[in-house]
Design a protein around this ligand. Structure first.
Ligand SMILES: C[S@@+](CC[C@H](N)C(=O)[O-])C[C@H]1O[C@@H](n2cnc3c(N)ncnc32)[C@H](O)[C@@H]1O
Length: 209
């Protein structure tokens, strides 16, 4: 499955990222959530399924010094690295399937825009929760954006799950406290509108595991 998934997503990025439905020139909502949570640029932040996202560019501008971008698509990450040129050297890039990843450290912030909703099999959502739990520091924040209940049923040719805030919180990171929940209407490059649900979740300091 890992190879199949990598091939699928490498193909999705074959003609670049700027015409893909999920592309956003500026990751406005993610930046707003980081500001509202007063996230220091010094803390460890991982963007899971970051692909070619412009979030990493914006975070470097924000002064972040401990950034990791993980994606199953080497091609997606190459697009980001090529765009950043030498600035890419200060970022840790991990090419792997999130579901088979074994984190070797913890992060203060876990960011996921439009990855969790591709997991439609309960075994995969369980694995996601387990990896998140291994990777997120106690007291850390998970920011997860997924299609809203009235959002698209498919993306990139794949079926997706759709979420309201409480369900997204419970499914992505049970046991964490909900800090923020909001709705975003993402405008695709082709002029469509895709409603997203975002949650910001805090892992309790005394959380077991
Ligand atoms: C819809 S795109 C969103 C990309 C990026 N987060 C953004 O907002 O622009 C989904 C991304 O998740 C990656 N992805 C999907 N399943 C994954 C998995 N199991 N492990 C790691 N990356 C995955 C894809 O390669 C792709 O880059």
């Amino acid at each position: 499955m890992t190879t199949e998934r990598a091939t699928h997503w490498d193909n999705a990025y074959a003609n670049g990222d700027t015409t893909r439905s999920w592309y956003q020139p500026s990751p406005t909502t993610s930046l707003r959530l980081l500001e509202e949570a007063a996230i220091s640029p010094a803390v460890g932040l991982i963007d899971v399924g970051g692909g070619a996202s412009t979030l990493v560019d914006a975070l470097l501008v924000r002064g972040h010094t401990d950034l990791t971008v993980l994606d199953v698509s080497a091609h997606g990450l190459d697009l980001a690295r090529d765009r950043l040129r030498s600035r890419a050297d200060s970022v840790t890039w991990i090419v792997t399937d999130l579901l088979s990843w074994v984190p070797t450290r913890r992060y203060a912030v876990w960011h996921d825009r439009a990855v969790f909703h591709f997991l439609t099999d309960p075994v995969e959502t369980e694995r996601y929760r387990s990896v998140l739990s291994e990777a997120l520091e106690p007291g850390g924040l998970a920011m997860v954006g997924a299609f809203a209940t009235d959002g698209p049923t498919h993306c990139s040719g794949l079926e997706v799950a759709r979420y309201d805030g409480p369900t997204l919180a419970e499914q992505a990171a049970p046991g964490c406290d909900v800090v923020t929940e909001l709705r975003e209407e993402h405008h695709t490059p082709s002029g469509g509108v895709q409603p997203f649900t975002w949650v910001v979740l805090r892992r309790p300091v005394g959380h077991a595991e």
